[in-house]
Design a protein around this ligand. Structure first.
Ligand code: PLP
Length: 341
């Protein structure tokens, strides 16, 4: 079975498991886990922030940043397809009691003017706009990239209006490899940044949120409240450190595999795939036949040997990762061909 549902399906490699087994640990709620501290220091340094905090999931990292940067009743400006807004179980509303002002886009990238138009004026009548969120790479639109200049422009406009900026960088590592812009330069456009270890980097779980020392102090308290205070988390942090060392530059292979798959699928009758839009490790495929049913198609693909997710009535998403090879891309394209006839 070729599993292209997500880059979260990877299993820890032998080397990663060894690093986990050998990890020096302590109780992190007593600030006594040296491996967790090492990972937090490493990620803070990579992102150019004063501090970082380890969390079990990317959802928790994002929600810690939101809770630490807003008050109940505030408004958050974000892209309409944002993970934070659509795929985190309603956490913004449930945990932070904030509302959203969503910006619809085709590729996840919005403009300073769109932010300015949504920042609320002062006054009793209005919600207070406290945060703008960007997502790079942008999941919902197929792993698309924010160019650094576009991020800087939004950050400058937001800060000029006294609005804080959060970056959902679950796949910021992919953005770095695909664009050549460092994660540090991207992170400089935001006051808080979340990154995932369990996507393309291949760790079994784990994420970090980074920002000023003061913001991370508040996030640490909130992490406890949200139930994310962990004990001997060094076992997990060791997987993250291993992933950062060994799996960061190889993301380029995932991107090449995604391009290879897109090029093969673009040749097939009945599919619309734009290889130009494949910038990182995701391929979005539209079924062009009238009345096409993506869920039904995915079911048939499963029988043919490929797992993928339907992300719309006629749209599938394929994600490459550590556990699929270039040869598997060619095989996956042949499976599509068999289902199409
Ligand atoms: C995966 C992902 C997250 C975090 O998801 P978890 O499953 O909670 O780790 C956050 N943002 C984006 C854009 C993601 O793709």
């Amino acid at each position: 079975m070729i599993d292209l549902r997500s880059d979260t399906v990877t299993k820890p490699t032998a080397g990663m498991r060894q690093a986990m087994a050998a990890a020096e640990v302590g109780d992190d709620c007593y600030a006594e886990d040296p491996t967790t501290k090492k990972l937090e220091a490493k990620v803070a340094e990579l992102l150019g922030k004063e501090a970082a905090l380890f969390a079990p999931t990317g959802t928790m990292s994002n929600q810690l940043a939101i809770a630490a940067s807003t008050q109940p009743g505030d408004e958050v400006i974000l892209e309409a397809g944002a993970h934070i807004y659509n795929f985190e179980g309603g956490a913004m509303a449930a945990l932070s009691s904030v509302q959203v002002s969503p910006i619809p886009t085709s590729d996840g990238v919005f403009t300073p003017d769109e932010v300015r138009a949504r920042v609320r004026p002062e006054g009793d009548m209005y919600p207070h706009t406290s945060l703008v969120c960007m997502e790079n790479t942008h999941n919902r639109s197929g792993g698309s990239l924010w160019p650094l200049a576009a991020m800087r422009a939004v950050a400058d406009a937001s800060r000029a209006l006294g609005v804080r900026v959060h970056l959902d960088g679950a796949r910021l590592w992919n953005a770095e490899v695909a664009s050549g812009t460092s994660v540090k330069d991207f992170a400089a456009c935001a006051d808080s940044v979340s990154v995932c270890l369990s996507k393309g980097l291949g760790a079994p779980c784990g994420s970090l949120v980074a920002g000023s020392a003061e913001l991370i102090k508040r996030a640490r308290k909130l992490r406890r409240r949200f139930g994310g205070g962990m004990r001997q988390s060094g076992v997990l942090a060791a997987a993250g450190l291993y992933a950062l060392e060994h799996h960061r530059s190889r993301l380029a292979e995932d991107h090449a595999n995604a391009r290879r798959l897109a090029a093969a699928l673009a040749k097939l009758e009945g599919l619309a795939v734009d290889p130009e839009r494949v910038r990182t490790n995701m391929v979005v495929v539209r079924l062009t036949a009238a009345g096409a049913d993506a869920m039904g198609f995915a079911k048939k693909l499963r029988e043919a040997g490929v797992l993928c997710n339907a992300i719309g009535p006629d749209t599938l998403r394929l994600v490459t990762h550590l556990d699929v090879s270039a040869a598997a891309m060619d095989e996956a394209a042949r499976c599509f061909e068999r289902v199409l006839v």
